[in-house]
Design a protein around this ligand. Sequence first.
Ligand SMILES: [Zn+2]
Length: 334
Amino acid sequence: MPALSYLHQLFNIEHCQAYIHTLRWKERPLQCPRCQSQAIDPWGTYHYRPDCKRYWCNGCKRTFNDLTNTMLHHSKRSLPHWILATFLLCLACSSRRIAREIGVHIRTSYRWCWWLRNAALSYEMERQVEGTVEADDLYHTAGQKGQAHQGGKKALGRRARGRRKKREPGRGHYDKDRPAIIAWVSRQGAVVIHATRDFTVKTVQKAAHLAVQAGSRLYTDSASSYRAVKGYIHEYVNHTQKEYARGDVHENRAECLFSLLKPYLRVFRGIGKLNLPGYVGFFQFLRNFRQLNAFEQAEPILQAALDPTLASRVKKGEFVKCFDHFDLLQTAIN
Ligand SMILES: [Zn+2]
């Protein structure tokens, strides 16, 4: 048996407290998270957590600390657990892997991953690409995983999918457990990825409207749904005639993005279609912050997790809901 089973045991708890303290108050004045009063006095520390500074609010006559009212408030696990879990999440580990590496229950790590992913999505809400934009589409098998009412296995109500067999021809559709994923990749760097119900003209037009700034240059393949899109300077290459690039016109960046997305999604061994937008959105976050290493990527996520104004929205999954483009045609977009 190794002397230490988990990496977080090597963490220095004082460093973690100081790091979290810095992140918590980085862009905000030191103020009470309950009444926003800035009349604050130091109030010692906790005897069981000697490095966690406590403050007294003269406004509401209560004490608070760095974690009060944030996503990490009331967590029974230590800060090294959280920091390490966020780091592993940015390294594209599954929640089961994270549970094993940091020694928490699978349900705990699943909940943490869900919250942290939500926190990351708060950076991607207003993302739009511009300039020269390439678009491509992909169909990803996503069923009802994790949707059994009381947990455990549920009767499928159909034949097993038979992963080895050749899949049925034609485009995928949400109702056939094969929703479409559309990637909008700007040559200036940013990406937007949408998981949509289908790949009809209407859906693609609305998705383009959301993702791409009007008047941008749009390069795609010859699919008829792209050809009908209005509001952009559009050119396409014809893959059926073996044309993959015509001078500047190609969509190789978009195809490259899918070659990264596919192995990323494979790690999770099947994603339910309800959860697909969250995973795809988190991949979008990772791509848009790709100049950073995994720990640097974890920092903005932790910073969002330490924001009391985001905490309840993150736990309710509000940000993923905004990422859910399966009901694109129902939502009114002006
Ligand atoms: Zn107060």
